[in-house]
Write a new protein. Structure first.
Length: 420
């Protein structure tokens, strides 16, 4: 095929190549990233002719305003067989730009990218972050891998635990923002998943903070034992009290470690389920839209529909499996409640030991011992407050996951009724 691409036009950052919020577009590439297909919206917005797109590297539409870090992260995930979402600024043939949120998934012999028009509050923030990162790439001559590290660190500073949670929150935010612009009632499962993701992240954040509380005070019992030793016989009681406190604190540490691991597993399961369901919805919508398109002579419409239908069936099945995993998540949350009772029992033991220590420190009139006992007061208070918050979050997660399962069952029944 003879390419018609001429010398690259003057890049314009002033004008946008428009497309509607009601429009989705897709492109499919081979394993090397060469474009093999797409829909008419993709061709129209890119302003290339089909023979200028097909068999060409997908970076033909890459905009120079894009930080290389984004593509490094994107390729790192899809080469591992994982789906990925990213904000991308593209360049049309005439130099105009267009922003998309792209959902890229591995597909037979290549990759499928479905794009929607972004409009959320997060999108506005991302544009600024990209500008800052692009400037850093130029000023510091960052490699793509190093730039990706900078981006991940910045996302963490903005409150995103990792890129996976960022892309999930971004995708759901863009879908809900799009529904609002189009005045469409949002799918209830997507809205519930948004709440569930936020609650699970809060649970993990709180569990991490509680575990950190132990870390901050871990040397206090040891220091008490040292002070008791310096007091000789007068400090014998404090030594025994400190030892008992240390043993109880260690039991709490072990319990919190298991709780923290379980909280991360719950959060990851919910995050993955949200992204899979949202991806499945977008793939279903693009397949339905493409089915209504007229056949372009350059695109094998029948073959492309087969690819799209297989992909949406695959991700629909993945989303369903993950939703079924929410049942096990609910069971895990039940186990959390039991674990909470055990940690609270141990914390009550801490209170009793601490009070005895406070009495003994007062008898000995030791300011150092009093200061250490005060530290134990702070530790127990922080622990108790954290456990109370975790218990509330646990109850909230259990309720929201139940609501989500019910909503999914209702939507499934509605879909079957329409099909019948």
């Amino acid at each position: 095929m003879v390419a018609k691409i001429s010398k690259a036009p003057q890049i314009s950052t002033e004008h946008e190549s428009p497309f509607g919020f009601d429009e989705l577009f897709f492109s499919r590439t081979d394993s090397r990233g060469k474009i093999t297909s797409g829909n008419t919206v993709f061709q129209r917005v890119s302003r290339f002719e089909w023979d200028e797109l097909l068999e060409k590297p997908h970076n033909i539409i890459r905009h120079p305003d894009m930080p290389r870090a984004v593509f490094w992260l994107l390729w790192d995930r899809i080469r591992k067989g994982l789906p990925v979402g990213a904000y991308v600024k593209n360049r049309a043939k005439d130099g105009c730009y267009y922003w998309v949120f792209a959902i890229v998934t591995p597909i037979e012999d290549g990759y499928l990218s479905v794009r929607l028009k972004p409009s959320s509050a997060l999108f506005a923030r991302v544009q600024q972050e990209y500008r800052t990162l692009l400037q850093a790439e130029k000023d510091e001559e960052l490699t793509p891998a190093r730039s990706a590290e900078v981006l991940l660190k910045r996302l963490n500073e903005l409150g995103f635990r990792d890129y996976e949670i960022f892309m999930t929150k971004a995708l759901i935010s863009e879908m809900l923002a799009r529904d609002k612009v189009l005045e469409i009632e949002p799918q209830r499962t997507i809205s519930l998943f948004q709440d569930l993701v936020l609650a699970s992240e809060k649970l993990l954040e709180t569990a991490t903070a509680v575990a950190g509380t132990y870390h901050d005070f871990r040397f206090v019992p040891l220091n008490l034992i040292i002070q008791a030793g310096q007091l000789g016989k007068d400090g014998a009681a404090i030594g025994r009290i400190s030892n008992n406190y240390s043993l109880l604190a260690e039991e709490i540490r072990l319990a919190l470690g298991g709780f923290l691991d379980a909280a991360k597993q719950v959060s990851d399961t919910i995050r993955e389920g949200a992204f899979l369901l949202a991806t499945s919805n977008m793939q279903e919508e693009i397949a339905n839209a493409f089915a209504k398109e007229g056949e372009a002579s350059e695109i094998d419409h029948v073959n492309e529909m087969e690819h799209l239908n297989r992909q949406r069936a695959l991700y629909s099945a993945k989303a369903l499996t993950n939703l079924e995993n929410l049942v096990s998540v609910q069971q895990e949350l039940g186990a959390f409640a039991e674990g909470m009772d055990e940690i609270k029992r141990l914390t009550s033991g801490l209170a009793a030991v601490r009070i005895m220590g406070k009495v003994e420190a007062g008898r000995l009139s030791s300011s150092v011992l009093n200061d250490l006992i005060t530290d134990l007061d702070s530790f127990q208070q922080s622990l108790s407050e954290g456990l109370t918050e975790i218990q509330a979050l646990n109850s909230e997660l259990s309720k929201r996951s139940g609501d989500l399962l019910e909503a999914h069952a209702a939507e499934t029944r509605g879909t079957r009724a329409l099909a019948a």
